[in-house]
Write a protein that binds this ligand. Sequence first.
Ligand code: FAD
Length: 504
Amino acid sequence: MMLAYMDHATAAAAEPETMELATVADAAECAAARDFGGLVSARPAAVVRPASADDVASAIQAAALTAHLTVAARGNGHSVAGQAMADGGLVLDMRAVARRTQMQLVLLSGAAFADVPGGALWEEVLHWAVSNHGLAPASWTDYLRLTVGGTLSNGGVSGQSFRYGPQVSNVAELEVVTGDGQCRVCSPSAHPDLFFAVLGGLGQFGVITRARIPLSPAPQTVKWTRVVYSSFADYAADAEWLVTRPSERAFDYVEGFAFCRNDDPVNGWPSVPIPGGAHFEPSLLPAGAGPVLYCLEVALYQHHHQHPDDVEERVCEMLRPLKYVRGLEFAAEVGYVEFLSRVNRVEEEARRNGSWAAPHPWLNLFISARDIAHFDRAVINGMLADGIDGPMLVYPMLKAKWDPNTSVALPEGEIFYLVALLRFCRPSGAGGPAVGELVEQNAAVVDACRRNGYDFKTYFPSYRAQSDWAAHFGSKWARFVDRKARYDPLAILAPGQKIFPRTP
Ligand code: FAD
């Protein structure tokens, strides 16, 4: 384990003699003091680069010996509100373990699994599984430069979730170091309470050092289609019809987003066509179209053993009854890895124009299907009708695919939508609204959800008052508190979530 940025007294407590110690002049400059959101910053006492689960346990045990130290596992720091930070505490750089640990193929009773470090990026899991074994996990996030431990601590959703479940429903076993510094292996049959606590547990109960992910044969290609709607009612009815079809007659992926009826490259119709170079013909829109339009995005996988014509026929059969605007359909056939890596192009462009490094006041909500039309009228077509300088995802998933034993808080409804306001600010000096205004607008959106009595939850919640956390978890709060007392009694772990204060 390497300890960086730590004062010598703290380092001596945590670091066996063989460990390397490095210090830098200003810890606030280190990556662990920041995250993708760029809205908050917290200076850690030290950054620990563990080489193994034992190192993670040593760091937590050392923190437990003090009256004040906290420990935050940091995956890839892609949170937006300081969730992976530890103000004055230890930050565990989970990427360090991943760099030193090989992924392993595990075969059990004819089924294949990947044993992967908690700090592995999903992109690394994808490349390793496909290139070495022709296999792949079933459930993904849109963007893959997120760590396994980071997304399993939240949920992990994308267009596959309606069919294959979120990532927290696609784990067979975890190795976890709990807040008492013990390393335990847990699964639905061994220490199930710990297993389910950790999934969606916001890092509160343990540090995930290894996850066992089920694998199945990787598809070869993907038939990827986007169609456009001017009516939200039609869009939502079609999306819900698609996600409730029997699996064998469903797409593998269903997503969608709202966009503006203008030619703005970020907010408007140029964000729709695939493949690159395809043309969006606005004159095809019906006369009564409003300022906001909707793009439904679907994909069907093609495996080696399937004939391309058969897959194409299934795509056509599912698209035929949909009520999208005829002529505004776009289709591409891409490799499976290319499809899953599609957001990398967005990252490259955002890095080029400086918006990747600018703040990201993002808001993610789960909103029950019961209330989504009202939300569309009041919020998407109201306060957000001019766009948000980034994708506005709106797509349904099924509660039945989520295990109620996990820690994730979900709306009551059986079908709920992910609404993701993925705002990309312009670099400073390049104009655009002030970040503070966007943060306020997010608060106004949440406020509207409350005032209108929607059945909703925030995804990647960020609250400061424990009463807000209690309201967020609702009927699951008592169990959440009980699990905290059992697995992290001193409240050492994940202080950046600001749920429980450290017990001296
Ligand atoms: P971090 O930000 O480093 O950590 C997040 C939380 O998890 C912290 O509380 C941290 O302490 C804890 N944690 C991290 N590692 C571990 C571990 N090994 N054990 C225990 N706790 C741990 N989410 C989706 O569901 N679907 C998407 O499509 C999606 N797309 C995204 C695209 C982009 C560009 C970005 C920036 C984020 C996206 N997210 C998406 C959100 C993302 O899943 C979360 O922000 C996730 O927490 C980021 O993972 P990370 O590895 O960077 O975690």
